[in-house]
Design a protein around this ligand. Sequence first.
Ligand SMILES: [Zn+2]
Length: 57
Amino acid sequence: MCDCCNVEGRDVRQRCGDGSLIRTARLYKVYVGRVASIKLCRLCDIQLFRGGESRFL
Ligand SMILES: [Zn+2]
């Protein structure tokens, strides 16, 4: 399950199709001195990559 879609109430299967890859991404700006790991589906992963970490949050 994609954490981002989960928060926004999206259905990952509907959005990305069955068997879509879930990737674990690390966010370094969420907590000071801590790394936050989140699971992202392919589309959210692309969104993060294009928008940058701070805009994504
Ligand atoms: Zn997602």
